[in-house]
Design a protein around this ligand. Structure first.
Ligand code: SF4
Length: 72
């Protein structure tokens, strides 16, 4: 299912630096596939948008967990 953040998300809107092939893959996997696996989405849901760093990529689940545990 599509992520409801597609319109505002800097990753989905190509505002984050990533090799385009990889970007496409991540968009399919996370944004248009399973948003619950996305690191950005996880932090957003747990803490709110202002806690999501601009350089947090969808595959960085470990970093997402660290951010959450540091800010809870
Ligand atoms: S799945 Fe993650 S990267 Fe994709 S639009 Fe949603 S929050 Fe952004």
């Amino acid at each position: 299912m599509e992520c409801e953040k597609l319109k505002d998300c800097p990753f989905y809107n190509d505002k984050m630096d990533i090799e385009s092939g990889l970007g496409k893959l991540y968009k399919r996997r996370y944004c248009e596939g399973d948003k619950t696996q996305c690191a950005r989405y996880t932090v957003l849901k747990e803490l709110g948008a202002r806690f999501v760093p601009l350089d947090l990529y969808p595959n960085m689940q470990k970093r997402a967990e660290e951010i959450i545990s540091q800010n809870k």
